[in-house]
Design a protein around this ligand. Structure first.
Ligand code: PMP
Length: 352
């Protein structure tokens, strides 16, 4: 295995120990003579794998008993629709917080199903900040409040859980789940595509309070109803078996390595090192996000002299630091947006 650091936000690096473990049992899982990839999802062996993965995730995040853990497909993007379809429960309005590219996508999709009230937005700062919760204009008639705790492209992160009273809080945790301790009981629903912080692409995890399940919009397809999956242990149809198995290996690795509290320490140290280098570079590097709202998980930065970009990326590649090209929609591009966004010319960019 080449010694490289892959900075892609997702699909992203997995712990080497997890890949080695998967490699060692790729052809023959526990003496069955079969790969997990080849197993029936109804076999007792596979059901054991899925049950263990669920139990380990429950332990890692201390998920209360009145929450279901669902293993779904369709990515976080499908949740942009499934959330309103399932959580409106007779209401016609929902609150959304707009902190950047992924919030906007969630808002656009929700507008197909309900009246969206954007209760707060950081558009004024070009999404380089988090709007202070004191100024949020929450609507007491909203069925839920949706926010994106970590904006993968913009690189801003909430460091506190917002208080929405009795209105269920819904979070797109695609790029922050498992990176820091989480009080699940503060949420109505949490969702995340697996490919960033959990495991391979193709698996989507939903953690949902059970009283919110079971009252979908009329016409909701069976597969988009959380109840279908909750009632069938996420096996109503064929689940992404190998993705669930690999995610399970990641959960075991996290448990063995000190759990989420230990991951948070590592993530704080890594973020401090990186932001410190950027801020201490005498302006050579620039990070557009407000220091108090900076993400520990996604750190956008540019070079002051953009004519050095090509050399920087070439030398980074040669040093084994891969996928450092930013996202075309990152606020990091904004200072140069009066000319042509330099990322437009890129054929290879980190997909977010
Ligand atoms: N939300 C966030 C915060 C993301 O980072 C992403 C992926 N880039 C998505 C949603 C979309 O996820 P998926 O590709 O799994 O649909």
């Amino acid at each position: 295995m080449a010694d490289i650091y892959n900075f892609s936000a997702g699909p992203a690096m997995l712990p080497r120990a997890v890949l080695e473990h998967a490699r060692d049992e790729l052809l023959d899982w526990h003496g069955t003579g079969m790969s997990v990839m080849e197993m029936s999802h109804r076999s007792k062996e596979y059901i054991g794998v899925a049950t263990q993965a669920t139990a380990d995730l429950r332990t890692l995040l201390a998920i209360p008993d009145n929450y279901k853990v669902l293993f779904l497909q369709g990515g976080a993007t499908s949740q942009f629709a499934m959330v309103p379809m399932n959580l409106l429960r007779g209401c016609t309005q929902a609150d959304y917080i707009n902190t950047g590219a992924w919030s906007k996508k969630a808002i656009a999709e929700a507008r197909r199903y309900c009246e969206v009230n954007v209760a707060a937005s950081s558009a004024d700062s070009n999404f380089t900040t988090i709007p202070a919760t004191a100024g949020w204009k929450l609507n007491s008639a909203a069925a839920y409040v949706h926010y994106t705790p970590n904006e993968t492209i913009g690189g801003v992160e909430f460091h506190e859980i917002p208080d929405t009273g009795d209105v269920p809080l819904v979070a797109d945790m695609s790029s922050t789940i498992l990176s820091r301790p989480l009080d699940v009981s503060r949420y109505g629903l949490i969702y995340a595509g697996a490919q960033k912080n959990i495991g391979p692409a193709g698996l989507t995890i939903v953690i949902v309070r059970d009283d919110l399940i079971g009252e979908v919009l009329p016409g909701t397809p069976t597969m988009l109803d959380y109840k279908t999956h909750a009632d069938n242990d996420s096996m109503y149809n064929t689940p992404p078996t190998y993705g669930i198995y690999t995610a399970g290996l990641v959960f075991q690795w996290l448990k063995k390595n000190g759990g989420i509290a230990a991951m948070e320490e590592v993530n704080i140290a890594k973020a401090q090192l990186l932001y410190g280098a950027i801020d201490g570079s005498g302006g050579f590097y620039h990070c557009p996000t407000a220091p108090a709202d900076r993400s520990r998980m996604n750190v956008p930065f540019t070079l002051k002299d953009s004519s050095l970009d090509g050399d920087f990326l070439k030398q980074a590649d040669a040093a084994g630091l891969l996928q450092l090209k930013g996202h075309p929609r990152s606020a990091a591009c904004a200072p140069r947006s009066t000319t042509r966004c330099r990322w437009k010319a890129c054929r290879r960019w980190s997909p977010s």
